[in-house]
Design a protein around this ligand. Structure first.
Ligand SMILES: Cc1cc2nc3c(=O)[nH]c(=O)nc-3n(C[C@H](O)[C@H](O)[C@H](O)COP(=O)(O)OP(=O)(O)OC[C@H]3O[C@@H](n4cnc5c(N)ncnc54)[C@H](O)[C@@H]3O)c2cc1C
Length: 472
């Protein structure tokens, strides 16, 4: 019997256990699997929170994947509990809605003649005087001109990362918004989109009736039936190693567990610190930065007349970054369909001035900002509100991150029975499907004897980002 400890019961950790149970013919006798989860719930960032009868995601979670094994698991767990939802997500700027992904004719018709002229001149200049592509700003300006870039890319990107766009790597833009340029957009607008499959995936998406939390609580139930133990409110306080192996772990209640394999989906810095690494690794891990975010669920006593699932807020005078309209994600999320269930999202860093504000002040700020930009009428009253702070939501791909991550990976690779999986776990901008897939591979490595390169997952960013980039 092999003792396997999995740290974190988010999509990645749960999926590792699911895969082990699926591929083993004799699971109960072959493996003793314990999942240590710091919080009292499963699902991690992909859980669905509850606010007095109103369900809301920590940032709406679309289910989309090209990985068959992942969609098989989703279908196996939720069966017919998925609904197909129409997607509308627009940019809000200057109190006007713009198509997202940006459409040139739509933007030109709404910005006014003077602005159009300035955009045209700036675009011509960018084509004559191409910049060397070092930063995000260079990359986007070369394709759209500086003026259009500053309206549709700069403000929002700087809200998310709190870093000036001329300090963000050009690689970030080329990975996330591959194939996007004015020429490509105009061609698509004039000739139509030939790729119907991708187009459909963009216009509609799958979503569990009660949000992604439904998926991961059902998955946890299935695992419990298979004798996987989920230890809630548990985390690891110490790890003992011998030569290149982890031999035991100690939890927060001082229980020691001997282990054969350790799979970790907890934030990579927390994991590495438990190993007491040398100074060089400690420095590298300290320089891997995360962005966090806060979502405020506001329930208003009236129904807002908007069909969007989510809206990107490009208004520079507010800190508000994105707005979710949960009524449009699924009618099952709202207790009263005559009320609006809104998610006001703020990007921030742990312990910055927004993060430490008391909940009632964050709620007040969310309401003020959403009304200031006229998204919600002034006479709508809040009936319920809830704040959720999400630490380490986004790994920051800054100048030094690759080098630092490589130092950490080299160090971790020396441990024979340790595997890192997931989003914060691997410091990778993984969506649910890639997080889950890394969990599957870790399980297969245990069952079949280490064959799969987990760090290689998500190298190919091809899928829907070809057409547009979702800013999760
Ligand atoms: C705003 C936002 C929107 C997103 N939208 C989408 C979307 O639409 N579609 C999509 O596919 N993906 C989306 N994603 C990505 C998705 O949320 C992640 O890929 C997924 O949740 C990562 O799963 P994970 O298991 O790796 O990590 P997490 O979800 O972070 O889970 C990690 C778990 O580990 C636990 N933990 C942390 N520290 C410890 C510790 N020390 N000990 C024990 N347990 C610990 C946490 O409590 C958590 O339960 C979005 C992400 C964000 C931030």
């Amino acid at each position: 019997m092999k003792n396997i400890a999995i740290l974190g019961a988010g999509p990645a950790g749960l999926s590792s256990a699911y895969e082990l149970a699926k591929i083993s013919d004799n699971f109960e006798n072959e493996y003793n699997v314990v999942i240590f989860e710091k919080s009292s719930e499963v699902g991690g960032i992909s859980k669905t929170a509850l606010n007095n009868g109103y369900y809301f995601d920590l940032g709406g979670h679309r289910f989309f994947t090209k990985i068959e094994d992942v969609s098989n698991m989703w279908n196996d767990i939720l069966k017919d509990e998925f609904i197909l939802r129409p997607r509308l997500s627009r940019i809000y700027y200057n109190k006007k809605f713009f198509n997202y992904p940006v459409k040139v004719f739509d933007a030109v018709s709404k910005l006014g003649l003077k602005e159009d002229f300035l955009i045209f001149m700036s675009f011509m200049k960018s084509q004559m005087l191409k910049r060397k592509e070092i930063s995000f700003e260079d990359w986007v300006s070369n394709r759209f001109g500086y003026r259009l870039y500053s309206i549709f890319f700069k403000t929002y990107t700087e809200k998310v990362w709190a870093t000036p766009c001329d300090k963000i790597q050009a690689e970030w833009a080329s990975q996330r918004i591959k194939g996007l340029s004015i020429g490509a957009i105009i061609k698509r607008e004039l000739l139509g989109d030939k790729n119907e499959v991708i187009k459909t995936l963009i216009d509609e998406f799958l979503y569990p009736k009660y949000g992604p939390g439904q998926m991961y609580s059902e998955l946890a139930k299935t695992l419990t039936e298979k004798d996987v133990k989920i230890a809630y409110n548990s985390y690891i306080s110490a790890i003992t190693t011998k030569e290149n192996k982890i031999v035991s772990i100690v939890d927060n209640n001082d229980n020691e567990f001997e282990i054969d394999e350790l799979i970790s989906s907890i934030p990579i810095d927390d994991m590495v610190r438990l190993l007491n690494p040398p100074n060089e690794v400690l420095d590298a891990i300290t320089n891997l930065k995360f962005r966090s975010f806060i979502i405020v669920n506001l329930v208003f006593d009236n129904l807002v007349d908007l069909k969007d699932t989510w809206i990107y807020i490009h208004e520079p005078e507010v800190k508000l970054g994105r707005v979710q309209i949960f009524n449009n994600w699924s009618p099952h999320l709202v207790k009263n369909s005559n009320c609006s269930s809104i998610g006001a999202e703020f990007f921030c860093s742990e312990n910055d001035e927004l993060w430490v504000l008391p909940d009632n002040e964050i709620i007040k700020k969310a309401e003020e900002e959403i009304k200031k930009i006229d998204l919600i009428p002034d006479n709508f009253k809040i009936t319920d509100a809830k704040v959720v702070r999400v630490p380490k939501a986004y790994p920051v791909y800054d100048e030094g991150y690759k080098n630092n991550l490589n130092i950490v990976i080299d160090y971790l690779n020396a441990f024979e029975n340790l595997q890192l999986i997931g989003r914060a776990g691997m410091f990778k901008y993984n969506n649910m499907d890639h997080s889950i897939y890394t969990g599957f591979l870790a399980a297969r490595n245990i069952a079949y004897g280490k064959k799969y390169d987990i760090w290689g997952v998500n190298q190919d960013q091809e899928y829907h980002e070809e057409i547009k980039s979702d800013k999760w």
